[in-house]
Write a protein that binds this ligand. Structure first.
Ligand code: IMP
Length: 439
C-alpha cells in the first residue's frame, strides 16, 4: 500500500535563518549548491547581503542567489522577491567582469517579481527620517513601500516594464500620488520623464532573463533536479511571525518558499534552519539576550558583525534557544546548521538562554507582544567554553570536548538533528554531519 501512494519526487530543500538574519545563510547555501541544480530566492530584495569567501576573495551578493559561483547551478529569482532593477543590473555587470556566466540560461527571473521604483526608496528614507526615535531601522532600500504597493495592487511587475504604453499611463497616475506623499514628508518630488526612460531601459535589459519560474521549477522537479530555496533575512524579521513592527515586509519563514516561487507545498522535502552560535540583530526592536558589555563587543569585532548591506554595527548577545525553538515550529525545520562557532573560542563560560522570567513566572516560548518581550528576563544555562582555535577542524570527533557539549546541548534542546557545522567564512571551513537534502 505504501508504495502505491508514494510519488516520485526529487529533493527540494529550503534554507532559512532562525534568528534576525545574518546567520551565515549565504555561505551555507554556497556550500550546498554543490549538490543543487537550481537555487531560488523567494522573498526580500537587496535589503539582504550574503557574504561569501571563495579562494580568499570576499563577495557580497544582494539579489543574485548564492549559487552563482557554481558552474552548473541555475540561479532563480522568484515572484516573491522585490527587485531593484538598477541594483540587479549592476550586480550582473560586476559578476560578468569577474568572468562569471550571467547569461539568461544561468540566471532566470520571474516575470511576476515586483519592481522597486525610485519613489519606494525615497518614501522609505523620508518615513524613517520623520519617525525619528520611533524608526524601524530599515535598510532604506524601498523594500517596505514596494511590498505595500504590491498588496495595494499598485505595483509594477518586472514584465510591466516591457509594455511602454501601459507602463506610461500607470506610472503617471501613481507618481502623482507618490509625489503628494513625498511632499507631505518634506522630500523632493520625482520627475516622470526620468523614471520612465530609465525604467524602460531596465525593462529592455532584463527582458531576456524573464520567465515563468513556477513552470520552470515544476519541469525541473519532474526531471529529477535538486532545488534549493535560499531564504533572506531571518524568522524573527517575518512580517507575521517576527517582532512586529520591527520586521521586514515579507514572510521569511519556509512556507513562503512556495508562494514566492510558485511551487506547491507537497514539493518541499526538507527545511534547514541556520543557527548562528550567538545572536545578532540590526536595526531597532527588542532583543532579550543582548549584551551591552565587553563580551558583546568581542562578538561584534571577532565575528565581523557589521551589516553587509548598510555597514551598521550589529547588536550582539548570547544564543537564545527559546527563540530558535520557536523557529523550529514556524519553519517545520528538519535539520539545523550551526555557524560561527569559531567566534566563541576563548570565552571562559558560554551562556544559552533556555527560558524567560516574565512577571515572576517562567515561560518557555517567545511572546508575540512586544510589551512582554521587552520585559522578559533570560534564564541561562552556563556551559564551559574552549580555548582552542577550531576554524580548521574537519570532523566532529576532532573538536574540543567543550565545543561538542555546546553543540550537543543545542541539538538536544531543539530536538532537531544538526546537518552542518561552520567555523568561518571560507567555503572549506565547514563539514557535513548529515545530508540535508535527505528527507
Ligand atoms: P527593511 O527590510 O529594509 O524594511 O528593514 C526592516 C528591518 O529588517 C530592519 O531592522 C533591518 O535592519 C532588518 N533587515 C532587513 N534585511 C536584513 C538582513 O538581510 N539581515 C539582517 N537584518 C535585515
Amino acid at each position: 500500500m505504501g508504495d502505491f501512494f508514494r510519488r516520485e519526487s526529487m529533493p527540494t530543500l529550503v534554507v532559512v535563518g532562525t534568528q534576525w538574519g545574518d546567520e551565515g545563510k549565504g555561505k551555507v547555501v554556497d556550500v550546498l549548491t554543490e549538490q543543487a541544480d537550481f537555487v531560488v530566492r523567494f522573498q526580500g530584495g537587496n535589503n539582504a547581503g550574503h557574504t561569501l569567501v571563495i579562494n580568499k576573495k570576499k563577495h557580497i551578493l544582494h539579489l543574485i542567489p548564492s549559487g552563482i559561483f557554481r558552474p552548473n547551478t541555475v540561479c532563480v529569482i522568484g515572484n516573491g522577491v522585490v527587485v531593484d532593477p538598477e541594483v540587479l543590473i549592476n550586480e550582473i555587470e560586476k559578476l560578468k567582469k569577474e568572468g562569471l556566466d550571467l547569461s539568461p540560461k544561468k540566471l532566470i527571473i520571474s516575470e511576476k517579481a515586483q519592481t522597486i521604483m525610485p519613489y519606494h526608496k525615497a518614501l522609505d528614507i523620508a518615513r524613517e527620517a520623520k519617525a525619528g526615535e520611533n524608526k524601524i531601522g530599515t535598510t532604506c532600500r524601498g523594500i517596505g513601500p514596494c511590498y505595500e504597493d504590491k498588496v495595494a495592487r499598485k505595483g509594477f511587475r518586472l514584465i510591466d516594464l516591457t509594455y511602454p504604453e501601459t507602463f506610461k499611463e500607470k506610472l503617471k497616475k501613481i507618481l502623482e500620488e507618490k509625489n503628494f506623499l513625498l511632499s507631505y514628508l518634506n522630500a523632493e518630488p520625482l520627475k516622470f520623464e526620468e523614471i520612465y526612460e530609465k525604467y524602460l531601459a531596465f525593462g529592455e535589459y532584463l527582458k531576456p532573463y524573464l520567465a515563468d519560474v513556477s513552470q520552470l521549477l515544476w519541469n525541473a522537479q519532474k526531471a529529477g533536479k535538486n532545488i534549493l530555496f535560499e531564504g533572506a533575512q531571518g524568522t524573527f524579521l517575518d512580517i507575521d511571525h517576527g517582532t512586529y513592527p520591527y520586521v521586514t515586509s515579507s514572510n521569511t519563514v519556509a512556507g513562503n518558499a512556495c508562494c514566492g516561487s510558485g511551487l506547491g507545498p507537497t514539493e518541499i522535502n526538507s527545511v534547514l534552519g541556520i543557527v548562528k552560535a550567538y545572536t545578532t540583530r540590526v536595526g531597532e526592536g527588542p532583543f532579550p539576550t543582548e549584551l551591552h558589555d565587553e563580551i558583546g563587543e568581542l562578538l561584534r569585532e571577532r565575528g565581523g558583525e557589521y551589516g553587509a548591506t548598510t555597514g551598521r554595527p550589529r547588536r550582539c548577545g548570547w544564543l537564545d534557544l527559546v527563540m530558535v525553538k520557536t523557529a523550529v515550529r514556524l519553519n517545520g525545520l528538519t535539520y539545523l546548521a550551526i555557524t560561527k562557532l569559531d567566534v566563541l573560542s576563548g570565552l571562559k563560560t558560554l551562556k544559552l538562554c533556555v527560558g524567560y522570567k516574565y512577571e515572576g513566572q517562567i515561560i518557555d516560548f517567545f511572546p508575540s507582544e512586544l510589551e512582554k518581550l521587552k520585559k522578559v528576563e533570560p534564564i541561562y544555562q552556563e556551559l564551559p567554553g574552549w580555548e582552542e582555535d577550531i576554524s580548521q577542524i574537519k570532523n566532529f570527533d576532532a573538536l574540543p570536548e567543550a565545543t561538542k557539549n555546546y553543540i550537543k546541548f543545542i541539538e538536544q534542546y531543539l530536538e532537531v538533528p544538526i546537518a552542518l557545522l561552520s567555523f568561518g567564512p571560507e567555503r572549506e571551513s565547514c563539514f557535513l554531519l548529515k545530508n540535508p537534502f535527505d528527507k
